[in-house]
Design a protein around this ligand. Structure first.
Ligand code: FES
Length: 347
């Protein structure tokens, strides 16, 4: 590659009008128009300020995107021409961040076009593998380019660019907040408690032990869920409290998570897979295995809900059950361990 630096007698990488690598004569390029900034120091200063302004504005946009992310409500819609209703938080944060990135790009282009050395380049075809001289020339060209870009001397540009680039990853860190609040105790506990009646999850009927035949499976919920859902209007508790009841011959039960947690061979387990939380009710009566359809984790419900196959790392939590005075199935207590997927605060 030959670079012809205007104002010098020989191009970069040439000696006596010949390319230092190939030895071929350098063909002079046509007339070259110098830029304003090349001949007028005031124009160069003006361009420098314009570049610095773009980088500084970029910093402002990036910081503003963080402020908007925190301050602009994300449950409000605004109507935009052509787009229709859009989320106010998303459009504000996206626009500010996009503008911040755009300004870094335009600042860099403006810098290159107005202030960096104005050279014309010719490139001759040659073998793909670079010779040692080519590599050395390339390294030198990089160093020359760095020196010529003025990044060392143009402090205002360098600092404003470094500021913009340093701030750029910040929104990505702040946006992690959208992963949701820390779960704290909410993932540890469900609304199951002692004497909470067990209802079928489709018809909300209480269940007697004789309603479940050996080999049968019933999807179930706690009776206190309905009132909570009426008041809260969300399904969070349902997602945690869903259970399955299965019945097997008591002699088939190898082990349980607690002494006497079944009722006459009826066992209650969480329905939420301990891998990543899919609801499960694929039960094979013959093997007593519960199979998660998402990634095929398999739990042995006759043996404490232990994992026998698949990616789940924890057994399926068991809910101790009994019957109340009316003969309906109820919880004997809440779950003794957190249900669902592992989480970092689980301990
Ligand atoms: S969610 Fe059940 S195996 Fe992945």
């Amino acid at each position: 590659m030959n670079e012809i630096q205007h104002g010098s007698s020989d191009p970069i990488g040439a000696v006596d009008g010949h390319d230092v690598v190939s030895g071929k004569p350098i063909v002079p390029l046509g007339h070259h128009e110098l830029r304003r900034a090349d001949i007028d120091p005031k124009a160069a200063i003006r361009a420098e300020r314009q570049v610095a302004t773009m980088f500084s504005l970029s910093s402002l946009m990036i910081v503003s995107s963080i402020v908007a992310f925190i301050k602009v409500p994300n449950d409000t819609l605004v109507i935009l021409p052509l787009f229709g209703p859009v989320n106010a938080n998303h459009i504000t944060v996206g626009s500010l961040l996009g503008l911040g990135i755009f300004l870094i790009g335009t600042g860099a282009i403006h810098w290159a076009k107005k202030l960096m050395p104005d050279v014309e380049v010719t490139e001759e075809r040659h073998a793909f593998a670079s010779s040692a001289e080519d590599k050395a020339a390339f390294g030198q060209a990089i160093r020359d380019g760095k020196a010529a870009s003025g990044v060392g001397e143009r402090k205002i540009i360098r600092r404003s660019l470094l500021g913009a680039l340093a701030l750029f990853p910040l929104p990505l860190v702040v946006f992690l907040r959208d992963l949701g609040p820390m779960p704290n105790k909410r993932l540890r506990e469900t609304i199951w408690d002692k004497d909470i009646q067990i209802l079928t999850d489709a018809t909300y009927r209480p269940i007697r032990p004789e309603d479940i035949p050996i080999g049968g499976l019933v999807n179930a919920l706690p009776a206190n869920l309905l009132k909570i859902e009426e008041e809260d209007g969300n399904l969070n508790e349902r997602g945690k409290a869903s259970i399955i009841l299965i019945r097997m011959a008591p002699a088939d039960i190898v082990s349980q998570q607690g002494e006497g947690w079944d009722y006459q061979g009826i066992l209650a387990y969480s329905k939420i897979c301990t891998h990543v939380g899919c609801p499960i009710s694929l039960y094979q009566q013959r093997t007593h295995h519960l199979l998660c359809p998402c990634h095929q984790s398999t739990f042995d419900l006759a043996d404490s809900g232990n994992v026998v196959f698949g990616p789940a790392a924890r057994r399926m939590p068991q809910l101790p059950i009994t019957v109340n005075a009316q003969g309906y199935l109820v919880a004997a207590s809440g779950f003794k361990e957190p249900i669902g997927p592992s989480f970092w605060e689980r301990g």
